[in-house]
Design a protein. Structure first.
Length: 231
């Protein structure tokens, strides 16, 4: 556990590394690495408190929101793109977030056997929660936020494998829309917001959900998702 005092607020990053040993018909095999990042909202602490740390494995720390930051204007995007973005993989440095967050994406891309996509958002966005797991097909989960209440949630891999309908909840269907260089189904969500689903119900599925933004802004953010290069 690492506890750091910053400006009278305490940010706590809890990292749990889980190694899962599974039995196979021929022997034992070690599952792919697991990284969990949990964001805990800052809480007041005494002004005299000092930073302390206990030994822990290297971890990707979640970002801290900048109170002065706000989302930059996002260009409008057509609902049904005439051409998808390039499928060329890009370095993790292209991804939104701190250097630690970009390292998270690089590690996740190297662990998964399927393509991993990261968000490329305007200035002001920060990571509030991130997890990747290499076991059972592998999953990646991240939530990004920005001052003003907008949020984007990414889920990739085998995060939901029951059936397509259950794994792609929506209030109504709107049409096809881009998820990076992939084409998915765009829908509105109950309670507000939008989602795009690619291959729902499978072990290589992708989902992006957005709230607090217009449909055009959401579609543009989804189209800007980038495939992360493996190293």
């Amino acid at each position: 556990m690492i506890s750091v005092t910053r400006g009278g607020l305490r940010l706590i990053a809890v990292v749990v590394a889980v190694a899962i040993v599974g039995l196979t018909a021929t022997g034992c095999s070690k599952a792919a690495p697991t990284t969990r990042l949990v964001h805990i909202s800052p809480t007041p602490i005494p002004a005299t408190a000092t930073a302390t740390a206990t030994p822990a494995p290297p971890a990707v720390a979640t970002d801290t929101p900048d109170a002065t930051a706000s989302a930059s204007a996002t260009p409008s995007a057509s609902l049904a793109p005439t051409a998808l973005p390039s499928s060329m993989a890009v370095p993790s440095a292209t991804c939104t977030g701190s250097v630690s967050n970009q390292t998270f994406w690089a590690e996740a891309a190297n662990v998964m056997k399927w393509d991993v996509y990261c968000a490329v958002l305007p200035a002001g966005w920060y990571t509030s929660e991130a997890t990747y797991e290499g076991a059972n097909g592998g999953t990646v989960h991240m939530i990004l936020r920005v001052s003003g209440g907008q949020s984007v949630q990414l889920d990739e891999g085998a995060f939901c494998t029951t059936d397509p309908a259950t794994c792609s909840p929506r209030e109504s269907s709107i049409g096809k829309s881009a998820f990076g260089d992939l084409l998915g189904d765009l829908g509105s969500l109950s309670g507000g917001g939008f989602a795009i689903y690619v291959n729902p119900g499978t072990a290589k599925a992708y989902s992006i959900k957005g709230s607090g933004m217009s449909r055009d802004a959401f579609v543009a953010d989804a189209a800007a998702l980038a495939k992360v290069a493996r190293s």
